[in-house]
Design a protein around this ligand. Structure first.
Ligand code: PLP
Length: 449
C-alpha cells in the first residue's frame, strides 16, 4: 500500500517539491551567501511567482556533464535536470553541432526546409518501429501534445479523450485538460470538454484493489469508458509515469492497444521525459511490444541545450494537409535539429542504451540493499535510469531532498513521497554509487533527527 498523506498536500506536491515550505526557507537560511540571496531577490522581484519555480531556492552559474555549479561555486550532481540531460550538459558533440549550425544557418523560416530538419525527421522515423513514419517538431512538449490532440480530432472526427489522473502532459490549457494533477487544474476555469479521466495503472495504490499484483483491471476500465462513450478520439498515457516512475506491466499496454483498436480510438503515448534512452530504449514503449498511433517525445531531444519536441505518427495519420497542426515559429529549427542529431549520435556512439540498462540494474540492487536497511523506504524501483525510492512520509522525503542538496545532489520529490532520481545516462559508476551513498546517509539522518 502507498503511504497516506492528506489529499491537499499530495496534490500540491504531485509534480515536484513545492517552493512554499518551511523546510525550504530553513535550507535557504542555512546554505546561501549574500550574493545568491541578492540574485534570488531580484529574480523574485521580476518574475511572476508560481508554484514549482519562482521564488527559486538557489542560483546557477554553470553546468557541465552531470554537474551544476551554483553561484557560490558548489558542485551539484544533477539527478533532476527536468529530464533534458540524457547526454549531460555541454556534451562536446552537441556543442560543436550547434556551433556549426549557428554559424551556417542560425534560423530557418518555416516555409523553407533545411538539411538538419530533414535529417532529423528521417532519423527519428527510422528509429521508430512500425509505420510511425511522419513527424512534426515543436518548441516544447506541451505544444507537441497539443498537435497530437488536434490531429486525433481531425483523423477520427471525434473530440473526446481518455487520460489518467495524476498524469502530467504539459502546462498549457489543452495539456492540463488531459493531465490529472490538481496543482495545474485547480481554479483556472473550464478546461477542454470531453476529457475523461480514469485511474492510472498503479498497483501499489490500485483503485480496483489488485493488491499489488496488477491484473490489468485498470485497462479493462478504460475499455468500459470507451464502450460507454462510443466516440473517444484518443487514449493518452505517459508510457512510464515520470513523477513517481510507475511502469505498468506489459499486459496493461497489450490490452490498451487492443481496446483502442476495438473502439476506434487512437493510442497516444507521452514519452517526453522517458524517450531517448532514459529507460534503456529509444522509445519506452519498446519495452512493451506494442506500437502506438502517435508517440510524443521532447526534453532530451534538444541535447540539454535547445527546446525541442516531436510528434511521431503513423503514416495513415497524414490526413491534415489543409489545416495548421503546429505552425510554431521554431518548427524546423536548424539549431534544435542539429542538437537533436548530435544527441542521437552520442546515444549510439557511446552505447548509452546498454549502459543505461546496466547502470539501472546496478542502482536498483544498491537501492534494494538500502531498503533492507532503512525502514522508511517502502519501495525501490527503476526503469533504466529512471530511479525511484518511495518513503513512508512526505516530511521525511522533503527533508532527505534538502539534506542531499547540501551534500551536492539534486533530484525531485514526486507525488510527495517519491525520491525521483534521473541521472544523465553518461554518468560514471563511481558517481552513481556516490549519489546513492548520499541518499542513504541523508535518509539515516532524516529518520533519526
Ligand atoms: C510526461 C510529460 N509530458 C509533457 C511534459 C511537458 O513538456 P514541456 O515542459 O516541454 O512542455 C512534461 C514536462 O515535464 C512531462 O514530464
Amino acid at each position: 500500500m502507498k503511504p497516506t498523506q492528506p489529499h491537499f498536500a499530495r496534490n500540491l506536491a504531485s509534480e515536484g517539491d513545492v517552493n512554499l515550505s518551511a523546510r525550504r526557507r530553513q535550507w535557504e537560511a542555512q546554505c546561501l551567501d549574500d550574493a545568491t540571496r541578492a540574485m534570488l531577490a531580484e529574480d523574485s522581484r521580476h518574475f511572476l511567482h508560481q508554484s514549482l519555480s519562482t521564488p527559486c531556492f538557489n542560483a546557477l552559474k554553470a553546468s557541465s556533464g552531470i554537474w551544476l555549479e551554483d553561484l557560490q561555486g558548489r558542485r551539484i550532481m544533477d539527478f533532476h535536470g527536468n529530464s533534458v540531460h540524457q547526454v549531460g550538459y555541454g556534451h562536446p558533440k552537441v556543442v560543436a553541432a550547434m556551433k556549426e549550425a549557428l554559424d551556417v544557418l542560425p534560423f530557418s523560416p518555416r516555409r523553407f526546409t533545411n538539411r538538419y530538419a530533414v535529417d532529423l525527421a528521417a532519423r527519428l522515423t527510422s528509429l521508430a518501429p512500425g509505420d510511425l513514419n511522419r513527424v512534426l517538431f515543436a518548441p516544447g512538449g506541451a505544444e507537441a501534445i497539443g498537435i497530437a490532440l488536434k490531429l486525433a480530432r481531425i483523423a477520427t472526427g471525434r473530440h473526446k479523450t481518455v487520460s489518467m489522473w495524476d498524469a502530467f502532459h504539459g502546462a498549457s490549457l489543452d495539456a492540463i485538460s488531459i493531465g490529472g494533477e490538481a496543482i495545474f487544474r485547480r481554479g483556472v476555469g473550464p478546461l477542454l470538454p470531453g476529457t475523461e479521466h480514469v485511474p492510472p495503472c498503479d498497483p501499489r495504490d490500485c483503485r480496483f484493489k489488485c493488491g499489488g499484483a496488477c491484473d490489468a483491471s485498470c485497462a479493462d476500465y478504460v475499455e468500459y469508458v470507451l464502450g460507454k462513450e462510443e466516440d473517444v478520439a484518443a487514449v493518452v498515457v505517459e508510457t512510464v509515469r515520470a513523477t513517481d516512475v510507475q511502469a505498468p506491466p506489459p499486459e496493461y499496454y497489450r490490452r490498451l492497444r487492443e481496446y483502442c483498436d476495438r473502439h476506434g480510438a487512437l493510442l497516444i503515448l507521452d514519452e517526453i521525459p522517458s524517450c531517448l534512452g532514459r529507460t534503456g530504449k529509444i522509445f519506452a514503449f519498446e519495452h512493451y511490444g506494442i506500437v502506438p498511433d502517435m508517440v510524443v517525445i521532447g526534453k532530451g531531444l534538444g541535447g540539454a541545450a535547445f527546446p525541442m519536441a516531436a510528434v511521431i505518427v503513423r503514416e495513415g495519420l497524414n490526413v491534415a494537409a489543409d489545416r495548421a497542426l503546429g505552425h510554431y515559429t521554431h518548427e524546423k529549427s536548424s539549431l534544435g535539429c542539429a542538437a537533436a542529431l548530435a544527441t542521437l549520435d552520442v546515444i549510439e556512439s557511446e552505447g548509452l542504451l546498454a549502459r543505461t540498462t546496466a547502470l539501472g540494474e546496478r542502482a536498483l540492487s544498491r537501492m534494494k540493499l538500502m531498503q533492507s536497511r532503512q525502514p522508511s523506504i517502502v519501495d525501490a524501483r527503476n526503469v533504466g535510469l529512471f530511479l525511484a525510492i518511495e518513503l513512508d512520509r512526505a516530511q521525511i522525503a522533503e527533508d532527505v531532498m534538502y539534506r542531499c542538496l547540501s551534500k551536492g545532489l539534486s533530484f525531485k520529490v514526486g507525488q510527495g513521497t517519491v525520491l525521483v532520481l534521473a541521472p544523465p545516462l553518461i554518468i560514471a559508476e563511481h558517481d552513481l554509487d556516490g549519489a546513492l551513498d548520499i541518499v542513504e546517509s541523508s535518509i539515516t539522518e532524516a529518520t533519526s533527527a
